[in-house]
Design a binder for this molecule. Structure first.
Ligand SMILES: NC(=O)c1ccc[n+]([C@@H]2O[C@H](COP(=O)([O-])OP(=O)(O)OC[C@H]3O[C@@H](n4cnc5c(N)ncnc54)[C@H](O)[C@@H]3O)[C@@H](O)[C@H]2O)c1
Length: 388
């Protein structure tokens, strides 16, 4: 399967298939990339999938050096980026070379950040090996490292030249990491495609059982939804004007894969992330998986939408049952309400004083709301288990 990200001169293809890793080398040659590469591989895939990726590149005449980074969110730092700049220099990476990110969202965000900044930008290729990276992190060109004061605070937009998703790499992924990726799939369904959401809800057993056909459909469906959003708002500029969109503005125009409307702003992808990202920071990076935090954030967004009369109890119950069925948390695990509220206030300042919540209005559609009060947030967080 192939999903095209249409971004004018920065357009590229996401290839999705089973056992396609051996074809990586030929694909990078077809994409016109150079003959020298640095593979940045997560430590958990260094012995399983990196050898196949490297041999495929070598067979295609690409001289590829492998650098292994420690697994985990703590690696997404400026210090790690500096070590990778050293590796680039040691291996003679120049502007005609390219970087390959092999691993989950951490490897992708970090290697992509290095590609965006080393020698003012070099080409890069993503070979995502977690579900979360295949359906979300490798689509759209956002690259970043974390700052002690916030997640993804140092970053850039730098589109890869190619994304190569081998569904087979998910066979070695621990179940909780597979489940974490499902949270982003649920998010995509709710924000843009009711039919896709229904597929995720009905096929949980096959998805968790790693049925290759079901996973291929999942990854392709999510990539199509995210591609449609990103193609319309590459740098998340729509809806971020001084006034921002009016309260309750539906964020949709025409043309979504499932026949629905395309979200007009990349902001919609923040569904479940307003609380999710802050919870990750408050818990300490690496304590909660990103997808687990997003799952809890989706429940909170649904609860707020219920409070505002936008969303029905039945849809909320369906959402919570789906997340639980996928093995995802739906309650806040032992975090203090005051810490969460304080983190969200910092976020609000960063957003120019107005926190904009993306809230579901029905399966397949969301709206932006900047009229969510601190009291409403506290009430929802308390009900969801935040400690008072
Ligand atoms: N750039 C974006 O648009 C975007 C979007 C969403 C999330 N993200 C970022 O992505 C990160 C989360 O990504 P993630 O969930 O993939 O986390 P991750 O990269 O930490 O991977 C999760 C775990 O799986 C291991 N792993 C990876 N592939 C494996 C495989 N095939 N077999 C066995 N183990 C494997 C990793 O070593 C790690 O322990 C966060 O930093 C988040 O901010 C970025």
């Amino acid at each position: 399967m192939r999903v095209r990200i249409e971004l004018g001169p920065r357009s590229y293809d996401i290839h999705i298939g089973v056992d396609i890793l051996p074809g990586l080398g030929q694909a990078v040659r077809r994409a016109g990339l150079g003959r020298r590469a640095l593979i940045v591989a997560d430590g958990n895939v260094a012995n399983t999938h990196a050898p196949l990726a490297a041999s495929s590149l070598h067979a295609a005449g690409v001289s590829a050096h492998l650098v292994v980074i420690p697994p985990g969110e703590a690696t997404k730092s400026l210090a790690s980026a500096e070590r990778l700049y050293d590796a680039c220099l040691d291996c003679g990476v120049d502007r005609a070379s390219f970087i390959v990110a092999l691993g989950g969202g951490v490897a992708g965000d970090l290697a992509g950040f290095v590609a965006a900044t080393y020698m003012r930008g070099v080409a890069w290729v993503q070979v995502p090996t977690t579900l979360l990276a295949q359906i979300d992190a490798s689509v759209g060109g956002k690259v970043a490292v974390d700052h002690p004061r916030g997640k993804n605070l140092i970053g850039a937009f730098h589109q890869p030249r190619l994304v190569w998703c081998d569904i087979r790499t998910l066979d070695t992924l621990p179940l909780p990491d597979l489940a974490a990726g499902m949270a982003e799939a649920v998010k995509h369904g709710i924000l843009g495609d009711a039919r896709y959401y229904s597929f995720v809800r009905r096929r949980q057993a096959e998805l968790l059982g790693r049925d290759p056909r079901a996973l291929t459909r999942l990854v392709t469906g999510s990539c199509r939804i995210k591609a449609a959003v990103v193609s319309g708002d590459e740098r998340e500029e729509l809806g971020l004007g001084a006034a921002g969109p009016a309260v309750g503005t539906p964020l949709h125009g025409p043309r979504m894969p499932g026949g629905g409307a395309t979200p007009r702003s990349r902001m919609v992808l923040n569904l479940g992330h307003t609380l999710g990202n802050n919870m990750e920071a408050v818990a300490g990076y690496g304590v909660l998986r990103h997808g687990e935090a997003v799952a809890i954030g989706l429940v909170a967004a649904g609860q707020l939408a219920l409070m505002h009369g936008l969303w029905s109890r039945r849809w909320q119950a369906e959402l919570e049952a789906t997340l639980a069925g996928l093995g995802l948390p739906t309650r806040i695990p032992g975090l203090a309400l005051a810490d969460l509220v304080a983190a969200m206030c910092t976020d609000k300042k960063a957003a120019g004083g107005t926190a904009r919540w993306i809230l579901p209005v029905r399966p397949g559609a969301v709206a932006v709301h900047s009229d969510v009060t601190e009291a409403e947030i506290s009430s929802v967080l308390t009900r969801m288990g935040a400690e008072g």
